[in-house]
Design a protein around this ligand. Structure first.
Ligand SMILES: Nc1ncnc2c1ncn2[C@@H]1O[C@H](COP(=O)(O)OP(=O)(O)OP(=O)(O)O)[C@@H](O)[C@H]1O
Length: 315
């Protein structure tokens, strides 16, 4: 059995992780499984914790268990990838708000089942993740390279994430365990406010969209806590999926959103385009909000180079 290090974000899921962790701890102790817990103390801390664990994994076979949401898994992946042992596998006990990664892989939230699975697994499974190089056309200092598990969105979805993160309503509703309502309220506000922007996809030929509204690169079917934006996406496949929605008239846009939320037949709509491949390059102007695995990135004129990569998961 590997040595388990556990990174726990008690802030995840507006209280869900704080409830889930004691249940998991009880089950691990009951099954006499050794582990070392690390609690995140501030935003971004999971990156540093994972890097440290990966750097010191020399003589041991370590598996990092994540207790938190999609954002915490993203940080652990990025920390491990920067470490001396990027091959360190990740196990995941979902306890976030959206849990889109867990939903896509049908991972259990039940502590006894999770611990039972942990003991049964003998080998990691390699899953697709995306490696993204980012620049900002207007800001030379903005250069980033990141890994992601779920999606990188620019425009509509990222605007909703930004509004929700910065909404005074969220803190209040979170205290009442009604955080999802803040998301829905902001979704309606952004539906009205989101402006269109330019998207240039750079391949053998350049393809331009002048009325882009949502541009989401996705590794999994879902974003925004269960919205099925790309039903055929699957992290077991090594496929980039770039979903582009151009803004049609308001009634058509409303219809399109209903199709996304109900039948998933939106991919047939003439306003929706999907680009696939092993590498995609694209540019977005003017400044738009970005989100990566549900985390607000602020507004940028994004220059993007995306490619497939893989990471071992203990699932
Ligand atoms: N001690 C802490 N105090 C404040 N923020 C923290 C702390 N630890 C982690 N965070 C931040 O909490 C944020 C949310 O984490 P996470 O994405 O895992 O949960 P979530 O948003 O509830 O779930 P999901 O992404 O699945 O919707 C992350 O940005 C992370 O950096």
């Amino acid at each position: 059995m590997p040595n388990f290090s556990i990174i726990i974000n008690l802030k995840a899921g507006s209280g869900a992780a704080a409830q889930a962790w004691p249940l998991l701890k009880t089950e691990l102790d009951h099954q006499r499984i050794d582990y070392t817990p690390y609690f995140t103390e501030y935003s971004g801390h999971a990156i540093e914790l994972a890097k440290k664990i990966g750097d010191t994994a020399d003589d041991d076979f370590i598996v990092v268990i994540v207790v938190g949401g999609d954002g915490t898994v993203n940080q652990v992946l990025n920390g491990l990838e920067q470490s001396a042992h990027p091959e360190t596998p990740i196990a995941y006990f979902p306890a976030g708000s959206g849990n889109d990664f867990a939903r896509s892989l049908q991972l259990t939230k039940n502590a006894p089942t999770f611990v039972e699975n942990l003991q049964k697994i003998h080998r990691s499974t390699s899953l697709n993740v995306f490696k993204i190089k980012l620049g900002d056309r207007a800001d030379q200092a903005y250069q980033q390279q990141k890994y992601l598990i779920n999606n990188f969105g620019v425009g509509f979805d990222a605007h909703v994430v930004h509004m929700t993160e910065h909404s005074p309503l969220k803190a209040k509703l979170n205290r009442l365990h009604l955080g999802k309502f803040a998301y829905v309220i902001n979704l309606i506000a952004v539906f009205k406010d989101q402006q269109t922007y330019d998207l240039k996809i750079i391949g053998e030929q350049v393809e331009e969209f002048k009325q882009a509204y949502l541009v989401t690169l996705t590794n999994i079917p879902y974003f925004g806590g269960g919205v099925n934006i790309m039903p055929t996406a699957d992290p077991h496949l090594h496929d980039l999926n770039l979903v582009v929605i151009e803004k049609p008239s308001l009634p058509k846009l409303l219809q399109l959103f209903i199709r996304i939320l109900t039948t998933g037949s939106h991919l047939k709509d003439p306003a929706v385009h999907v680009f696939k491949g092993d590498q995609l390059k694209y540019e977005i102007t003017p400044k738009q909000f970005g989100q990566m695995d549900g985390e607000d990135m602020g507004a940028h004129q994004f220059i993007v180079e995306a490619s497939n990569a893989s990471h071992p998961f203990w699932i």
